[in-house]
Design a binder for this molecule. Structure first.
Ligand code: JFZ
Length: 486
């Protein structure tokens, strides 16, 4: 290549990188292949229902099913996996598991108490397991007998849960596993013989029927949270899954479905062969968080999190690192600061009771949320330089910034860099609005005009929020929104 070509190329890449930097979440497209079953939309959804989802901040996950009865043990032996997977353990006789429904009679189950606790914690949406991998249905499905209707409990627990959460204003999303260990036609490997193929067709029809049944039985449902969609047999069903998704969306305009439902025609999951997200939000942040805004590629996303290492569904013996409420609050703050929602999992026991450890965490998170929810609800990525003392969120509605402080520096100086030329208008404690920091008194770096240092008088024992209002011209939320788009 000639020297001039090099220079042109260099300038071109330079310009491209500067342009990309304007859109922190933007991702370079890897290629552009014509896909029939890839992403059907580029960039975020802009409708009101998705905006509602985006603004939740905090959600609750509930894993509840037959696995709650053994609670991670069988015959006195401890199962080291996640408790809801116990059926797949060599020590667990399949037949014994498949008869557990005859014991499902949760005497302490009180949907209203669950909903009240979730409300008190500050959750604005709930994801509830309607059917996990074992295939047991928490609702009286007409397409199988393996349901709660045939348990001694008899009643429709899902209906009670949906009604209770609806009543307190928490939006309901239904978890549904494609994997179904109970259905005869279910396969993980691609079916080969004509008999197997026919059985799998029956399974597909059954899956579609159940999903339509759920949406028509529980019309207040805002979305579906899919799982167990990684098996080869299902990954091959790109065309079927794509048309089923379209049918479900047509049944309920505004329905929200994440990226863990279907693959494209080349077997790519979550992101299609062009690198574009399939579904309304990225559903791959499971028990982990993105490190930077670049990691989320300008998409909506949720993080689902367990308290210990060994349970989604109830495990009577928690092991591994058990997270504290402060750690969970930090994960929530980090999620929101990176434009995502944080969803904390609960695993009620076989009697339907939420264990005391989870109740305590919910209460502690709720106490913090009562004072500080403004920094979480309706907030997202702030587009200010990341600081080591914690996380910055910004209200999509008011444009206010929230400095959520977790680590007080030894120097006591909290650095903040506002948008160029913006200047600080107001700076005050969220918990105690009378504690204000006078911008004239806080040290302002002479080197860079937009850099400030706030000196805290106290050492923190819990995360604290400082509200920052700048002199930026009033931006409407569309402008804020545009910035995060790819
Ligand atoms: C799945 C289930 O197998 C599990 O029982 C639980 O319901 C959880 C919420 O979802 O487990 C997964 C799914 C995806 C990943 C990890 C565990 N993942 O993408 O890393």
């Amino acid at each position: 290549m000639k020297k001039r070509t090099y220079i042109t190329l260099f300038l071109f890449i330079g310009t491209f990188r500067v342009l990309m930097a304007q859109f922190p979440g933007a991702v370079e497209k890897r290629s552009s292949i014509a896909l029939e079953h890839g992403a059907h939309r580029l960039g975020k959804r802009t409708d009101a229902q998705m905006e509602m989802w985006r603004n939740y901040g905090l959600g609750q996950f509930i894993h509840w099913g037959l696995y709650a009865i053994p609670g991670g043990h069988w015959n006195g032996k401890y199962y080291a996996g996640a408790a809801e997977w116990i059926r797949s353990w060599k020590e667990m006789p399949k037949d014994a598991y498949d008869h557990l429904y005859k014991q499902f009679n949760p005497k302490q189950f009180d949907a209203k108490a669950w909903a009240a606790q979730a409300k008190d914690m500050g959750a604005r949406y709930v994801i509830i397991t309607t059917k996990h991998h074992d295939g047991f249905c928490l609702w009286p499905s007409q397409y199988t007998d393996y349901t709660i209707a045939h348990s001694p409990y008899k009643k429709d627990a899902l209906k009670e849960i949906v009604a209770a959460y609806d009543a307190v204003g928490i939006d309901v999303y239904l978890y549904f596993s494609i994997i179904d260990w109970h259905h005869k036609g279910y396969r993980s490997d691609v079916p080969k013989t004509p008999e197997e193929k026919q059985a799998y067709e029956d399974f597909k029809k059954f899956t579609a029927n159940q999903l339509k049944e759920l949406l028509s039985n529980y019309p207040s449902t805002k979305g579906l949270w899919f799982d167990g969609s990684w098996d080869k047999a299902w990954v091959e069903q790109a065309a079927f899954a794509d048309s089923l998704e379209a049918e479900l969306r047509a049944m309920r305009p505004g329905l929200i479905i994440g990226s863990r439902f279907r693959a494209d025609e080349f077997g790519r999951r979550h992101f299609d062969s062009n690198g574009d997200l399939m579904g309304d939000y990225e559903q791959g942040w499971e028990r982990k968080l993105p490190a930077t805004i670049e990691d989320v590629h300008g998409n909506d996303w949720d993080c689902v999190m367990t308290v210990p290492e060994n349970q989604w569904g109830y495990h009577s013996e928690w092991r591994g690192h058990v997270k504290t409420s402060t750690e969970l609050i930090e994960m929530m703050a980090k999620s929101v600061s990176l434009d995502g929602n944080f969803v904390l999992n609960f695993g009620p026991d076989g009697q339907g009771a939420i264990r005391v450890e989870e109740t305590k965490l919910a209460k502690e998170i709720g106490e913090w949320m009562k004072v500080n929810h403004e920094a979480i609800y309706d907030c997202g990525y702030a587009d200010l330089e990341k600081q080591d003392w914690g996380y910055i969120t910004r209200s999509r509605k008011s444009g206010k910034y929230y400095l959520i402080i977790f680590n007080t520096p030894v120097s006591g100086a909290l650095r903040i860099k506002v948008a160029s030329g913006a200047g600080i208008a107001k700076l005050y404690d969220l918990a105690n609005k009378t504690t204000t920091y006078n911008p004239e008194e806080i040290h302002r770096s002479k080197v860079e005009g937009d850099e400030y240092f706030i000196y805290l008088k106290e050492r923190l024992t819990e995360p604290k929020v400082i509200v920052l209002e700048t002199n930026e011209k009033e931006q409407d939320s569309d402008v804020l929104y545009e910035k995060a788009k790819t």
